[in-house]
Design a protein around this ligand. Structure first.
Ligand SMILES: Nc1ncnc2c1ncn2[C@@H]1O[C@H](COP(=O)(O)OP(=O)(O)OP(=O)(O)O)[C@@H](O)[C@H]1O
Length: 368
């Protein structure tokens, strides 16, 4: 999958920008605060209708404007898809092939992008909710069935929590809600378990290329019940767990067990990354996870997503930079930002762009 062109209008510090892209690596360089990350953010937004760094779209509208527009043409398996996001104070207006789509879930999936962003390092120390969000987002790129099960689960959970606020509780009604939750939990847990297995298998390979071979990485999936393949037994264990917590849930007026409490602990040599790893190791771990993710997508969908690497070279020594560039699958279209025009080996198919205060100029390497 590649993006062939991108158009921005009133997005961040870009009034208007139009760019055409070839396959290969695209390096955006320039001083701090010029608008390099904004381009990656626009690409990411086009892929999943949200920013990777802010929750509210109004921050993305150019100062003194109350709307922005992003447009792009994606080529996948010789088919072209046009995507458009028009965002104003009323909300997002999404288009596929110039036709409006009403749900974000219908829009997502035509343009897959994986982003490496320096703040990703916080993943290890943040609250479990953030790790669940990471897993849910990435797994959602591989399975729309997973996202639907998740949406249904949270809908029923909301209903259960609302019901638990009542003073009079009918246990039979709670039983029916729990049954529905357990059915969905089994599906979600199964997918999370298999996804972690696949992702970590790919991630391990990359991490060992970057780091010492003696360092073994893993991810422990922590849930209220230990995952087992046998669905009937898994359901039985979940039911027992919920029953055990029933009185406490009534007392606290909220549900206390379920996959909404799951966590994922990333480890190096059986030790938590958060407390064991150096900053450099955390960085390589995250980068390996992102590379693991592009390979997981390829394994399932037989197509590579676009890779967005924000400020990835800072704190990477030259040897690691070279390893990174050499292990990138040649079919992956990559967008990188850097504060310097890092001259890469001639055998990398790379296009350079200098970014100065919201203007982007393509540069030939011989210009430098
Ligand atoms: N809504 C907005 N309207 C206008 N300008 C904006 C808006 N949001 C951010 N900016 C400007 O965009 C610039 C930041 O762009 P960006 O985050 O892409 O920087 P960068 O080139 O990646 O820098 P660094 O190397 O420091 O990460 C800043 O100058 C900021 O003032």
């Amino acid at each position: 999958m590649i993006i062939e062109n991108l158009q921005l209008s009133h997005f961040r510090n870009y009034e208007r920008l139009q760019m055409d892209f070839t396959p290969g690596i695209h390096l955006f360089y320039g001083h701090n605060g010029q608008g390099k990350t904004n381009i990656l953010e626009a690409l990411y937004y086009l892929s999943c209708a949200k920013s990777h760094r802010v929750r509210h779209d109004e921050y993305l509208m150019q100062k003194n404007f109350d709307y922005f527009s992003l447009k792009g043409q994606i080529v996948n398996d010789n088919k072209t898809v046009s995507l458009m996001c028009n965002v104003d104070t009323k909300g997002k207006h999404l288009f596929l092939f110039n036709t409006p789509v009403s749900k974000v879930s219908e829009y997502i999936g035509f343009f897959n992008a994986i982003m490496f962003y320096p703040d990703d390092l916080l993943l290890f120390s943040q609250a479990p909710k953030k790790r669940r969000q990471f897993i849910d987002l990435e797994l959602g790129k591989l399975s729309s069935g997973y996202t639907h099960a998740l949406v249904d689960y949270y809908k029923i959970l909301k209903e259960k929590n609302k019901y638990l606020k009542n003073h009079k509780i009918d246990d039979l009604f709670l039983d029916t809600l729990d049954e529905q939750l357990i059915d969905l939990q089994v599906k979600i847990m199964k997918q999370r378990h298999h996804f972690i297995e696949m992702l970590m298998q790919h991630t391990k390979k990359y991490f060992q290329l970057f780091e010492n071979k003696d360092l073994e990485i893993s991810c422990v999936y922590e849930s209220d019940v230990v995952y087992i393949e046998d669905e009937t037994l898994l359901k039985q264990k979940m039911t027992e767990k919920m029953r055990k917590h029933r009185e406490k849930e009534k007392l606290f007026h909220t549900s206390l067990v379920g996959i909404h409490k799951d966590d994922f602990t990333f480890m190096i040599n059986q030790q938590k990354v958060e407390t064991f790893a150096s900053q450099g190791q955390k960085r390589m771990y995250i980068l390996s996870l992102k590379l693991g993710m592009i390979n997981s997508i390829y394994q399932i969908k037989k197509e590579y997503p676009v890779l967005l690497l924000d400020d990835v070279f800072s704190e990477l020594d030259e040897q690691k930079r070279e390893i990174l560039l050499n292990i990138l699958p040649v079919d992956v279209q990559v967008f990188i930002t850097a504060t310097e025009c890092i001259q890469l080996k001639k055998n990398h198919n790379i296009t350079y762009y200098e970014v100065i205060q919201g203007t982007v100029n393509k540069r030939r390497i011989s210009d430098e």
